[in-house]
Design a binder for this molecule. Sequence first.
Ligand code: ZN
Length: 311
Amino acid sequence: MCNYCFGIDIGGTSVKMGFFNAEGTLLEHWEIPTRIEENGKYILPDIAEAVLTKMKEKSIVKENIIGVGIGTPGPVDESGVVHKAVNLGWGVINLKEELQKLVGVTVKAGNDANVAALGEMWQGGGQGFENVVLATIGTGLGGGIIINGKILTGSIGAAGEIGHIHMVDEEEEECGCGNHGCLEQYTSATGIVRLAKRKLASSDKASTLRSVTVDSKVVFDAVKAGDVLAIEVAEEFGEYLGKGLAAIAGVCNPEVFVIGGGVSKAGPILIDFIQKYYIKYVFHGSRDAKFKMATLGNKAGIYGAAKLVLN
Ligand code: ZN
């Protein structure tokens, strides 16, 4: 009889579900809506029902399920307790125990970005390495740190929040976290737009960016077309992120940085801008760290979640 596991990734609008065999092959994946109403009280029962329905469909009994791994927004400690997931309406909840009660098999839980980093280490851009830092450049700047093949969790699960490393003392705009001058204010998709708008306002240079609605894709398309002002924006982006990653390397000395998220669709050119400044600022012992693109896209979370239980 074969064995299986589930890898699940809770997002603000949908829950990604993955059904894997014991070798880690993704056999099926699908999504269910995330019902955040009434403080998210339906989320776990909906997930449990999806798991139990799939088991029934496949004629699989609990004894054939190695476990259910799950990633969620918010800090998650080693015991599987979530310490507030604001987007889901959750306060402090014991995700591991509550879901275990509902599905009747072992559950392991982690923070979504950290779990995605584990996924990229296992079957993505960080394959073959055990010391990996994932930087996910999307609406925000997410991250996850893997040391010796394990997620760096920290005391309540707030480790790997690389987007909120303080970079700029003078920043007047507020970050989503409430602080000012966080790394993600300059290196996320919205951060790149912020840099571009400031550059356009402070410079007289001609640029294709002046005649379009600026988003991060438009900026990197202009970079590829040789637009001088867009290149200056990319240099600034690369300097912030390269400097931030150099600081992280000073703490955890990774073998590889994996760059993912929506902005990474711009391709390896991103790495050129980041690595140049990384090398400029990093301690010599971490200078040889590799830079690679993420390869699992938005499935990194379900892969990493499955890996939590296949360890
Ligand atoms: Zn912040």
